[in-house]
Design a protein around this ligand. Structure first.
Ligand SMILES: Cc1cc2nc3c(=O)[nH]c(=O)nc-3n(C[C@H](O)[C@H](O)[C@H](O)COP(=O)(O)OP(=O)(O)OC[C@H]3O[C@@H](n4cnc5c(N)ncnc54)[C@H](O)[C@@H]3O)c2cc1C
Ligand SMILES: *[C@@H]1O[C@H](CO)[C@@H](O)[C@H](O)[C@H]1NC(C)=O
Ligand SMILES: *[C@@H]1O[C@H](CO)[C@@H](O)[C@H](O)[C@H]1NC(C)=O
Ligand SMILES: *[C@@H]1O[C@H](CO)[C@@H](O)[C@H](O)[C@H]1NC(C)=O
Ligand SMILES: *[C@@H]1O[C@H](CO)[C@@H](O)[C@H](O)[C@H]1NC(C)=O
Length: 526
C-alpha cells in the first residue's frame, strides 16, 4: 500500500470513528427529544426495525411484512433507530442531525438491496415506518399517504373503492424509494412513471424545516424530485392522482426453455408495436434461472406477468396478448380476472420473498430487432453459467422492461416534467422503444458477495459491448434497478443535471445530502 492510500484509509477510519461518536451524541439528543421513539441495540424494537436481533426473530421471519429489509444486505448496525410517527417527528429529529452533523439513513419500505442505502453502520436510522396514514380524496381524485406506507397499505384503502393509483407491481415495496426513483406500475405504458402523477410532496428539508413542494410553489424542485432519489429532502407524505380501477385480467404465464426464442420474438413485437397500439396493457417479461443446488435438472423459465385493465371472458384473450398465450406453448398460467390491485401485486410478492442476498443492476438499449434480444439473452446465459454452477442459492431473473414512446409522452403530457430526461432520447423524439435490461441476482452467502458482483460485472460488460458494437447502447439507467455504483443521474442528460445542481444549491446549501445522508446517486459535477 503506498503512502497516499494509507493516509486515505486512516482518514476514512477517522471519519468513521467521528461519525460513530457523533451518532452517540445525536442518539442521546433524540432520546431526550422522545424516548418512546428512540431505540438502542439489543432492544426488541431496534431489532424489528433493523432486521436482526429482535426478541422473536424466527417468528418474525414467518411473515414477509416483518422483514424490514427485503435483502439481507439491508441489515446493518445503526447507533440507534428513531421511528418517526409524524412529519413533526422527522422535522425535530432532522434539526438535531443537522445541528450536530450526524450521519443518518432514511428508510421507507426497505426494499432497496444496496448496502447502507437505507440503513447505516454506526449512524442514526431514521425510519418513516410509523408515518403510515392513507387518505383518499374523492373530490380531488387524489390520495395522500405517509412515506412509511408500502403499496399494500395504499391499495388496501383504494381497492375496495374501485380506485387505482400508480404504485408498485409488488405490493411489499415501499412508497418512498419507489416514487423517488420514478416507479414503473401496471399502468405505465399509458401514463408514464408513477412519479409523473404525484401532485404534492410534504417534506422535511436538510435543515429540519417542514415544506410542501407543488408545481406552483416550487416548480424546479417539484420536477427535480421526480426520479432523482433522495437528493433534496426527506418526504413525509406523497399526494398523487387516482383513477377508476375496474376488474382486470392479470397473472403469470410460465414458459419452458424451448418456447423462449418465440417468446423473445413476441416480446420484440409487443415492445415496438403492441404496447403502443394498446398502451393500457402491461407485461413484466422475466427469465429466471436457478443453480444446481436448488433443483436437480437445469431450469430456465420464462415467467411473464400479463396485465390488462378490463376483465376478459373465460378462455378469451385480448388481441395484444394473443401472440404470447395463444401461439406459444407454456407450462402453467395464473391469468384470471381479479378485483383490487393487491391481488396481482400480492402474487408477485410471493415469487421474490425477503431474507436472502440480492442485487439489481440494469442497462438500456434502443431496441432495434428481435435478433438483438436473442443475442443478448444468449450472451447473458454464456457469461453467467459458471457462476450459476458455483454460487449457492443462485437465482437470477433477466428482465426486459420496454419504455415506449407512449410511456414517455403520456407521462409528461400537459406540460409535466420529471428528472429522467427521456423526452430527449429516441423514445421521446423518434418513436423508438428503449429497452431496460435488468438482472436481479439472489444468493445465500455473504462470503459469495464478491463472486456475485463479479458475475454481474462480467455479464454487463458483455451486454454493453454487444450493444455498443450494434450502436444501440443508451446511457439511461433506471434508478430503482441500478446497483449503487452506476452513473444514474449522469444518464439523465445535461439539461436534467443543470436543474439538479441548481436546486441542490438552493435547498441543501450545507450539502447534508452529500455528506450525512446515506444512499443516493451523485449529481454530476455537484
Ligand atoms: C421485490 C421487488 C419488487 C419491485 N417491483 C418494482 C416495480 O414494480 N416497479 C418499480 O419501479 N420498482 C420496483 N422495485 C424497485 C423498487 O422501486 C426499489 O427497490 C425502491 O428503492 C424500493 O423503495 P423502498 O421505499 O422499499 O426502499 P428503501 O430501501 O426504504 O429506500 C430506497 C432509497 O430511497 C430513500 N428513501 C426512502 N424513503 C425516503 C423518504 N421518505 N425520503 C427520502 N428518501 C427516502 C432511502 O434512503 C434509500 O436511499 C421492486 C423492488 C423489489 C425488491
Ligand atoms: C411480429 O409482427 C410481424 C409483423 O407484424 C408478424 O409478421 C409476426 O408474425 C409477429 N411475430 C410474432 C411472434 O408475433
Ligand atoms: C426481480 O425483481 C422483480 C421486480 O422488479 C420481481 O418481480 C422478480 O420476482 C425478482 N426476481 C428475483 C429472483 O428476485
Ligand atoms: C454494479 O454494476 C456494475 C456495472 O454493470 C458492475 O461492474 C458491478 O460489478 C456491479 N456491482 C455489484 C455489486 O453487483
Ligand atoms: C431551511 O431550508 C429551506 C429549504 O431551502 C428554506 O426554505 C428555509 O428557509 C430554511 N430554514 C432555515 C431556518 O434556515
Amino acid at each position: 500500500m503506498d503512502h497516499f492510500s494509507k493516509s486515505k484509509v486512516s482518514s476514512v477510519l477517522l471519519l468513521a470513528l467521528a461519525s460513530v461518536a457523533n451518532a452517540e451524541n445525536c442518539c442521546a439528543k433524540l432520546k431526550t427529544l422522545d424516548s418512546s421513539k428512540t431505540f438502542y441495540p439489543n432492544t426488541y424494537t431496534y431489532g424489528a426495525a433493523n432486521g436482526a436481533g429482535g426478541l422473536l426473530p424466527i417468528l418474525g421471519n414467518v411473515l414477509q411484512n416483518d422483514f424490514p429489509y427485503w435483502a439481507n444486505q439491508g441489515i446493518a448496525a445503526p447507533g440507534c433507530v428513531f421511528t418517526a410517527k409524524s412529519t413533526e417527528d422527522v422535522s425535530n429529529a432532522v434539526k438535531i442531525l443537522h445541528q450536530y452533523q450526524c450521519e443518518y439513513a432514511i428508510r421507507s419500505g426497505g426494499h432497496n438491496p444496496i448496502p447502507e442505502w437505507s440503513n447505516t453502520y454506526g449512524g442514526v436510522l431514521l425510519s418513516t415506518s410509523g408515518i403510515d396514514d392513507v387518505a383518499y380524496n374523492p373530490t380531488e381524485n387524489t390520495v395522500t399517504f405517509g412515506a412509511g406506507c408500502n403499496w399494500k397499505d395504499v391499495y388496501n384503502e383504494l381497492d375496495p373503492l374501485g380506485v387505482g393509483t400508480m404504485g408498485g407491481r409488488d405490493n411489499t415495496v415501499g412508497t418512498g424509494g419507489f416514487l423517488l426513483g420514478g416507479g414503473i406500475s401496471y399502468y405505465s405504458n399509458s401514463k408514464g412513471w408513477a412519479a409523473d402523477h404525484i401532485t404534492a410532496y410534504e417534506v422535511v428539508y436538510a435543515n429540519g424545516t417542514i415544506g410542501t413542494i407543488t408545481p406552483s410553489n416550487y416548480p424546479d424542485l417539484f420536477i427535480a424530485m421526480k426520479g432523482a432519489g433522495s437528493s433534496f429532502a426527506i418526504v413525509t407524505h406523497f399526494t398523487q392522482e387516482t383513477f377508476e380501477q375496474k376488474t382486470y385480467n392479470a397473472g403469470f404465464v410460465f414458459y419452458p426453455p424451448g418456447s423462449i426464442p418465440k417468446v423473445l420474438n413476441a416480446l420484440y413485437n409487443y415492445s415496438v408495436d403492441g404496447a403502443i397500439a394498446h398502451p393500457e396493457s402491461h407485461i413484466i417479461p422475466a427469465f429466471s434461472s436457478v443453480g444446481p443446488d436448488l433443483v436437480v435438472t437445469e431450469i430456465t423459465l420464462g415467467a411473464f406477468c400479463f396485465f390488462y385493465p378490463t376483465k376478459l371472458k373465460n378462455f378469451q384473450e385480448t388481441e395484444v396478448f394473443k401472440p404470447f398465450t395463444k401461439e406459444i406453448p407454456f407450462l402453467a398460467s395464473t391469468k384470471k380476472n381479479r378485483k383490487g390491485i393487491n391481488s396481482i401485486s400480492g402474487e408477485i410478492a410471493g415469487y421474490s420473498g425477503p431474507g436472502k442476498r440480492q442485487s439489481f443492476t440494469d442497462m438500456a438499449i434502443v431496441l432495434d430487432s428481435a435478433e438483438t434480444l436473442k443475442v443478448l439473452w444468449d450472451a447473458y446465459q454464456d457469461v453467467a453459467e459458471p457462476y450459476r454452477l458455483c454460487i449457492q442459492g443462485y437465482t437470477a431473473s433477466f428482465i426486459f422492461y420496454p419504455l415506449t414512446s407512449t410511456f414517455v409522452s403520456q407521462g409528461t403530457a400537459g406540460g409535466k416534467k420529471n428528472s429522467m430526461g427521456l423526452e430527449n432520447t429516441p423514445a421521446g423524439q423518434d418513436g423508438k422503444t428503449i429497452m431496460i435490461i435488468s438482472i436481479n441476482l439472489t444468493w445465500l452467502l455473504k462470503s459469495q458477495d464478491a463472486l456475485a458482483a463479479e458475475c454481474v460485472g462480467k455479464v454487463f460488460a458483455k451486454l454493453r459491448q454487444i450493444a455498443e458494437q450494434r450502436g444501440i447502447y443508451h446511457p439511461f439507467l433506471y434508478m430503482n434497478y441500478a446497483n449503487g455504483t452506476q452513473d444514474v443521474l449522469g444518464g439523465y442528460g445535461a439539461a436534467s443535471g443543470d436543474r439538479l445542481r441548481q436546486v441542490k444549491l438552493e435547498v441543501d446549501p450545507t450539502n447534508d445530502f452529500g455528506t450525512l445522508v446515506k444512499g443516493r446517486y451523485k449529481i454530476p459535477d455537484a
